[in-house]
Design a protein around this ligand. Sequence first.
Ligand SMILES: NC(=O)c1ccc[n+]([C@@H]2O[C@H](COP(=O)([O-])OP(=O)(O)OC[C@H]3O[C@@H](n4cnc5c(N)ncnc54)[C@H](OP(=O)(O)O)[C@@H]3O)[C@@H](O)[C@H]2O)c1
Length: 315
Amino acid sequence: MSLAKNILLFGATGNIGSFILDALLSARSQFTRIAIFTSPHTAQTKANQLSKLKQQGVEVITGNIEDEEAVKAAYAGIDTVISALGRDTLAQQIPLIRLAAASKDVRWFLPSEYGTDIKYGPASANEKPHQQKLKVRTYLEDEVSRDDLTFSYVVTGPFAEMYLHVVPGLEEAGGWDVKRRKAILLQGKDISLTTMKDVGTLVLNTLLHATAETRNAALCVNSFTTTPEKIQAEFERQLGGQAWDVSQTSLARLRELEAAAWDDGKPAATVLTLRRIWTEGGTLYEKRANSLIGEPKVMGLEEVVANEIARVANL
Ligand SMILES: NC(=O)c1ccc[n+]([C@@H]2O[C@H](COP(=O)([O-])OP(=O)(O)OC[C@H]3O[C@@H](n4cnc5c(N)ncnc54)[C@H](OP(=O)(O)O)[C@@H]3O)[C@@H](O)[C@H]2O)c1
């Protein structure tokens, strides 16, 4: 049985929260309770999804994350809180952490990370997309006593599936358009990727393999490391036939696009900064932490490319 027995997940129906919840449910017998805290809006708009979750033994708690009484009530009997809140609500985790530290039950908090290593190097402190996550870490590390609450950051780097996608209107930022056989390769260092399913697996394994090394630590994990050229070669190998239209975006061009997007206040600026950081090599770790959490089986490039081809075929 897992040391973390009673789990509360925020953001459970979101992009990555749903994969984390799937992984927890795949190991249902390891846990006494799996609860999710979801907004009244989601309770209305995703009623079917929530009713299926209830049938799978998930406790669905509906409330507003800003309602401290509702959060305190949800924490009763919970030892581990996992947050998968989206970018717009990252700062809201600070009161959630304060309440967790004050609760007599909650012992472990996994904040919403699942992305780029926000303390990769000295320049990381100034990267705009990192600021909210950095504030959350500072609060956890400087304002909360370890006797009250421990933490783990699951740092996964880019989600492999999202890295493959061409962002509409942002073609130069890279990606693979399988239908049109068009690829835009970012020219830079190797890239470490984690599939969304593996994010779930790696969070689950973080709970199952809790040690002094994995608590109060950033766990830099991944599925595999590759290059845009290897991804392109794998698409060509699996699809054969028709030639691809392949172009490249240099790091200098990416930086130019990024600066212009921030100057113009475009929402795409965040994506461009993250892709620039990844292309600079900001996802490459000296050592990956997969082995600290039981070296779970993770996916490889071949499977990710096959899934993308199947996804596009079904559109
Ligand atoms: N590595 C990558 O490539 C990558 C890509 C995407 C995201 N991420 C990271 O993954 C984490 C989760 O992101 P996500 O894309 O999965 O999040 P998301 O789907 O946008 O949102 C997750 C949940 O957050 C809650 N939420 C979002 N906006 C809210 C608002 N304005 N008010 C109240 N609640 C709100 C919702 O919970 P309810 O359903 O309860 O309302 C929602 O289901 C973030 O830390 C993000 O940076 C990483």
